[in-house]
Design a protein around this ligand. Sequence first.
Ligand code: GRF
Length: 211
Amino acid sequence: MISSSRLAPILITFPTTFAPMIQIAVFASGTGTNAQQIIQHFKGHPAIRIALIVGNKPGAGVFEVAARENIPALLIEKEKFLQGNAYTDELKALGIHFIVLAGFLWKLPKALVNAFSHKIINIHPALLPKFGGKGMYGNYVHEAVIAAGEKESGITIHFVDEWYDHGHIIFQASCAIADNETPATLAQKIHALEHTNYPMVIEKTVQTVKT
Ligand code: GRF
């Protein structure tokens, strides 16, 4: 028998405060390869959770990603998004702290931008302030970059304000443009840069900005 005096003392500590999880909603319109990378990055994260996938196109690939990863998904309607409260009440009721755009093609209404000021992050597939603005998305960006004879392109991660591709820049990374570059080959380089950097930049940003 071991007497209690010979037992090593057990130190039990209790946290003095319980920090709630930071909850992110990812908005996407397309295939959702960035959304997939982001979900993967935050799986099992102790402080950050991808709580919701929001899309505007029924049947978009990003909804398959959400279903596969068991993440709640919300299909939004244009009229309600553009003229109503832009789903602000629903997002707040779900406890969403940050919105991450990953290929979301509708301009965000003022109501949503104001409700999540400095808490909406976007990624643009070029080096802003060049090659941004209305109509500059997907292959249109890469075509314009090549047509302009640029020697490099890249990605820009920025906060969202009420203008297209305009808010404060958080991070940029670049890649060289080869002499025989095509929009398709450039798109591949850009996607690789996005997948490598976006999740990590999101992680740092949401932990820096107070919820
Ligand atoms: C990305 O290239 C991003 O820069 C842009 O939209 C694209 C989305 O691609 N905003 P995916 O659906 O994540 O593959």
